[in-house]
Every structure is written in structure tokens, then in C-alpha cells.
Design a protein around this ligand. Structure first.
Ligand SMILES: Nc1ncnc2c1ncn2[C@@H]1O[C@H](COP(=O)(O)OP(=O)(O)OP(=O)(O)O)[C@@H](O)[C@H]1O
Length: 242
């Protein structure tokens, strides 16, 4: 069974002559271990598709199934629990809380999900160590580089063992090399743990991190090509931590 199945989904904003169809009859299935890069011009519907896939926005028509469960049948509280349990989110602006250390930032969603503090701390440390940030546990975001901040955000997205990681322009605020390295690290880690990943980006260099590359234009999926990701989840030789 697919981790996520997007079935004939459309999203229209507004109505009448000002209506904009941002996503137009899109179907897409993503399995465990899949790493899908969604590319396309500005305004083509990438973020709208990602938001619906993450149940942050409901489709106008069509259905989103998460591990076979139809999300349209769930109320907001159930959707919120589903997101905490099944999804990890990575954003272009990192979205770290400035008053919390790296470790506390990673612990936060675990505590929200009801994980006991001691266990949450151990999981946060393990996730940060995996992202090669074991020496930065007590640092505040302001003392971290852009690449380190995004690695903390990735550790946070991985800490609750999500089935699916959704990343929206994760490299937009990083220089090209750092952005590619951080994304490769995310993809290698997710691949080894058999998690599914969907990344929305303009960045052609991320093809090296993806197993599938999907193009969206005017809200429609227009192409799918294989990516260049190493199927054995090996770290790309050029990638070193940022
Ligand atoms: N909340 C909204 N209300 C009205 N129109 C919207 C809304 N969100 C998106 N749109 C419109 O839907 C279309 C798709 O937007 P979306 O942000 O999904 O594209 P995108 O491919 O992610 O663009 P970018 O690469 O610039 O982030 C655009 O025409 C946009 O203006």
C-alpha cells in the first residue's frame, strides 16, 4: 500500500471569473522509500499540491489517502493527530523557535505528540547525531549556520519516525552547495529508513537526491522521469555536511 495516494485532486481558489485552478486533476502515489522531487515554474501549483498532500489544505475535488485512509473522512483534531504521527515537515524558512536550543526544537513535536520528556530527549539527540549535529545540541538557532539550521529542522522532521516527509523549497535560503548537501543528507537518511519523501523545489541540482522527478505545469502533472539517487542509499560522494 502506498504511503500517500493523491487521487484525481483539484484545488480552485476563489469563484466566478476570478477563480484560479491551482491544481488540476492530479493523481500521484508515493511508496515507502520513494524520494519524489516536484519541479515546475512559479505559480504552477507545487506548494498547493504539497499542502493538500500534508492535509494542511483540503482539495476542492478528489481524495488524499494516507496509508490507505481517506483523509476527507477525518475532522480537524484527527487530521492534526495524523500529521503529528505520520508526517515530517521541512520549510524554506527552517521555522525553528529562537528561544529554544537545537535539542529542544527537535523535542517539541515529540512532546506535543505525548512522548515522555526523557524519551523525547533521547530521540532528539539520536536524530541530531544522525544529521551530524551531536556537537550542537545546546546551541540556539542564532548561533548556527543556515545549513546547520536546516539540518536541525530535518532532524525535527525525522524525530517522530514519520512515514512521509514533505519539504517545501528546503534549499531556498541556502547557498547552492549547502542546499544540495543538506537535501542529500535528508534523502540518504530517509532512504535508509525506508521513509517516503516529497520535495518541492526549483533547484535542478536536487535531481541527484531524488528517485523520481515530476514536473507540474499549470496545475497538471506533465512529466515524470527517474532521478539520480543512488538506490542503495549511499551518501553522494561529493556531499559533506554543511
Ligand atoms: N490562498 C490562495 N488564494 C488564491 N490563489 C492562490 C492561493 N494560493 C495559491 N494561489 C494561486 O494558485 C496558483 C498556484 O500557486 P502555488 O503557490 O501552489 O504555486 P507554486 O508552484 O508553489 O509557486 P512558487 O514556485 O512560486 O512557490 C498561483 O496562481 C497562485 O497565485
Amino acid at each position: 500500500m502506498s504511503v500517500v495516494s493523491v487521487r484525481d485532486v483539484s484545488k480552485t481558489f476563489g469563484s466566478g471569473h476570478t477563480a484560479v485552478t491551482a491544481v488540476d486533476h492530479v493523481s500521484l502515489s508515493v511508496d515507502a522509500g520513494d524520494i519524489v522531487l516536484v519541479m515546475g515554474p512559479s505559480g504552477s501549483g507545487k506548494t498547493t499540491l504539497l499542502s493538500m498532500t500534508g492535509t494542511l489544505m483540503s482539495p476542492t475535488t478528489g481524495r488524499i489517502l494516507i496509508s490507505g485512509q481517506d483523509t476527507s473522512a477525518l475532522d480537524p483534531a484527527q487530521l492534526s493527530r495524523l500529521r503529528l504521527r505520520e508526517f515530517g515537515f521541512v520549510f524554506q524558512t527552517f521555522n525553528l523557535l529562537s528561544a529554544l536550543t537545537a535539542e529542544e526544537n527537535v523535542m517539541l513535536p515529540l512532546l506535543t505528540a505525548g512522548v515522555p520528556r526523557k524519551h523525547a530527549r533521547a530521540k532528539a539527540r539520536a536524530a541530531l547525531e544522525q544529521l551530524q549535529l551531536g556537537h550542537r545540541l545546546r546551541n540556539l538557532p542564532r548561533d548556527l549556520s543556515g545549513g546547520e539550521k536546516q539540518r536541525v529542522a530535518i532532524a525535527r522532521s525525522l524525530a517522530n519516525d514519520p512515514r512521509l516527509i514533505l519539504a517545501d523549497e528546503p534549499t531556498a535560503n541556502l547557498d547552492a552547495k549547502t542546499g544540495q548537501d543538506v537535501t542529500l543528507l535528508l534523502c540518504e537518511t530517509a532512504c535508509r529508513e525506508n521513509r517516503a519523501v516529497i520535495i518541492v523545489s526549483h533547484d535542478q541540482r536536487l535531481r541527484t537526491a531524488a528517485k523520481r522527478v515530476i514536473t507540474i505545469e499549470d496545475g497538471r502533472l506533465t512529466a515524470e522521469e527517474p532521478g539520480e539517487h543512488d538506490r542503495n542509499c549511499r551518501m553522494h560522494p561529493e556531499a559533506a555536511p554543511a
